[in-house]
Design a protein around this ligand. Structure first.
Ligand SMILES: Nc1ncnc2c1ncn2[C@@H]1O[C@H](COP(=O)(O)OP(=O)(O)O)[C@@H](O)[C@H]1O
Ligand SMILES: [Mg+2]
Length: 611
């Protein structure tokens, strides 16, 4: 079994569990700053909620005078007045209520969206700061499920729920006042039983937490499935994997169904249970009310008003129950959101991080040790110094650690021990942006953004002049394929640059690196995925990029390696040989000589044969 360290465990999103979801005070305290900028409108909204909730009670209250002073009263002028006034008042209240409710909905949505946006922005900003390791251990689907769904879910309903609790709370209190006004004895019976009805909803919280965690894991897996279908559609087609993909999806969606139903069973039973308890209360009220009327303790009008208020009370009580369920969901999501905010996988700038303008003397590795997984060393006691203007070729067997080594220079990962220095300063003491601004990197497979070719090149240097752009277009040999594109430089290349050939994509990536005109250039097998013809032209573009720079080049082409000032041979994470081609060839049984015999020599005979 793999040994994993604790820091890495925390990075695995699937393992986080919304552990603090019942710590309401802690969660609300942390949530408050997100609400704070919009507090004014939120409070205004809550204030509006109060009359909006009150108005139901007014209608119920109006029944009593209407019954007792109109229907049950002897004919009189006053009776006629009430007969008109009371229905008219009800309509007026309805209009007021309508306006207030409209404002309420508008304000609720406004504040809710603002708070949600704030949480989502913060989550996305956090995502951008996470280090490469984080992206190594989490699938894109899981990341999206966690960084998109939860922040959206968490904040989007809470204000609605608070509003519900406020309006229904205030509304319920008003209705309860109507009950008390009509008969405090009867009210006591009704309210006690109604309150008991909320208990089933409150008992759901653990189940909600468990289901919600599980659902999110499956949601992540499902998204990953979609990504694989987009990115790997050729492989899926070529290897007849459609059934396999479908079955995976089928399993996931059925699992989602089971999770959903297991929660639904509990939630659904809560509602009839509430209704049952409420009906007991209602029955008790009817029985006791009849008794009170018979004994003359209560008028028929009061009883009718009481009943209306009691019936009206059922809805806010039920809403209150639903809001309690939804708020549990909110706390679970919120707890997970804070777990994301607390992810400690940033490569941080030190407080007094130094800005670096360029390379003056050298880059040096000093006794560097690095591991991805605890106790599995990948780079071991590695020391090497590369002077300004030098081209250092890095060669070695596959899996030896070449890519890892060059990825340490821009601090994609931090090393375990030793140091990497630029002009004598440890790169961990440098401002990261400035560190990365002095180097350009071309990978084996470069990421092309959805957008135009021009935009993709200018990502290297956003304020580049048209002249600079034209220069790199020539040097990177992009001008040679531009005429074949419908819109030239302004041709939109699809997501990941799929509408370009491999060689064209590499040349766009080289132009992007070139326009930066940085002191340091890092090339990681930038031509190895190409056919011979595109390789030759991309190599020529790379040669232009490398001119007068300090270069780390991981290469498999003999000519590139021979042209380098020195060659570092890496085997199992160690520097085993260092020198020029001629020097290394003289080492008997040497690693380089062996590689040469196995790989490079063949290229030499091939190229002399074809030329
Ligand atoms: N992101 C990663 N997480 C864990 N192990 C990795 C990761 N990347 C590379 N490795 C391991 O590190 C070792 C060196 O890999 P790499 O630097 O890519 O070698 P090379 O570029 O020389 O082929 C390999 O054993 C590889 O499996
Ligand atoms: Mg590699």
């Amino acid at each position: 079994m793999e040994v994993r360290n604790t820091q890495e465990d925390k990075l695995v999103l699937k393992q986080t569990q919304a552990a603090s979801s019942f710590k309401y005070k802690y969660l609300l305290t942390r949530f408050f700053p997100f609400l704070k900028p919009f507090l004014g409108r939120a409070i205004l909204n809550f204030c509006i909620s109060i009359p909006a909730g009150l108005l139901d009670a007014v209608t119920a209250f109006a029944i009593q005078p209407y019954m007792d002073r109109v229907i049950n009263a002897p004919p009189s002028e006053q009776r006629d007045l009430y007969a008109i006034l009371i229905p008219f008042a009800i309509i007026t209240f309805a209009v007021v209520q309508g306006i207030v409710k409209y404002l309420n909905v508008y304000l609720t949505n406004w504040t809710m969206k603002k708070v949600t946006n704030y949480v989502q922005k913060k989550a996305y900003a956090k995502l951008l700061t996470l280090n490469t390791r984080f992206y190594d251990v989490n699938s894109s689907g899981t990341i999206i499920a966690r960084f998109f769904t939860d922040p959206l879910m968490s904040a989007s309903t809470i204000l609605d729920q608070i509003k519900t609790i406020l309006t229904t709370g205030i509304g319920s209190i008003a209705l309860i006042c109507v009950l008390l006004y009509n008969s405090w004895k009867l009210a006591l019976v009704g309210v006690v039983v109604m309150s008991l009805a909320i208990i089933p909803a409150a008992m759901l919280r653990k189940r909600i937490l468990k289901t919600s965690n599980a659902q999110l894991v499956v949601t992540g897996d499902m998204s990953t499935n979609y990504f694989e279908t987009c990115g790997g559609n050729k492989t899926i087609t070529a290897y007849n994997l459609k059934d396999r993909q479908y079955n995976t999806f089928d399993t996931q969606i059925e699992e989602m169904f089971d999770l959903h139903m297991s929660l639904t069973k509990r939630v659904a039973i809560a509602s009839p249970l509430m209704f049952f308890i409420a009906s007991i209360g209602f029955a008790a009220v009817l029985w006791f009310g009849n008794h009170l009327i018979l004994t003359g303790d209560m008028s028929i009008g009061k009883f009718a008003s009481f009943l209306a208020a009691l019936i009206m009370l059922y809805k806010p009580m039920k809403n209150l129950g639903d809001a309690l369920t939804a708020i549990q969901q909110f706390f679970v999501s919120l707890s997970r959101v804070f777990e994301l905010f607390d992810l400690d996988s940033e490569i941080k700038d030190k407080e007094n991080a130094l800005k670096i303008e360029g390379l003056k003397d050298n880059i040096s590795f000093e006794h560097v040790d690095f591991e991805y997984i605890k106790d599995v060393p990948v780079i071991k006691d590695f020391s090497l110094s590369v002077s300004k203007g030098e081209t250092m070729a890095v060669v070695g067997n596959s899996g030896g650690g070449k890519t890892t080594l060059v990825n340490l220079i821009p601090r994609f990962y931090d090393i375990k021990s030793g140091s990497i220095k630029i002009d004598g300063t440890d790169i961990r003491d440098l401002n990261q942006n400035s560190l990365r601004s002095i180097m350009s990197i071309v990978f084996q497979d470069n990421f092309i953004f959805a957008g135009t070719i021009r935009e993709n090149i200018l990502m290297g240097k956003q304020d580049a002049s048209e002249e600079e752009l034209q220069t790199v277009i020539k040097s990177a040999h992009i001008d040679e394929f531009l005429p074949s594109l419908p819109e030239g430089l302004n041709t939109i290349v699809g997501e990941r640059g799929t509408s370009l050939s491999g060689g064209q994509r590499q040349r766009v990536a080289i132009a992007r690196a070139m326009i930066r005109n940085t002191d340091i250039v890092i090339l990681d097998e930038a031509t190895s995925a190409l056919d011979n013809e595109s390789e030759a032209i991309v190599q020529s573009a790379l040669d232009n990029l490398m001119k007068d720079k300090t270069v780390f080049v991981i290469a498999h082409r003999l000519s590139t390696i021979k042209n380098a000032n020195r060659i570092a041979v890496i085997n199992e994470g160690r520097l085993v040989e260092l020198g020029t081609h001629d020097e290394l060839m003289t080492i008997e049984n040497g690693e380089y000589k062996h590689l040469y015999e196995m790989q490079f020599k063949q290229q030499e005979t091939l190229s002399t044969n074809t030329h």
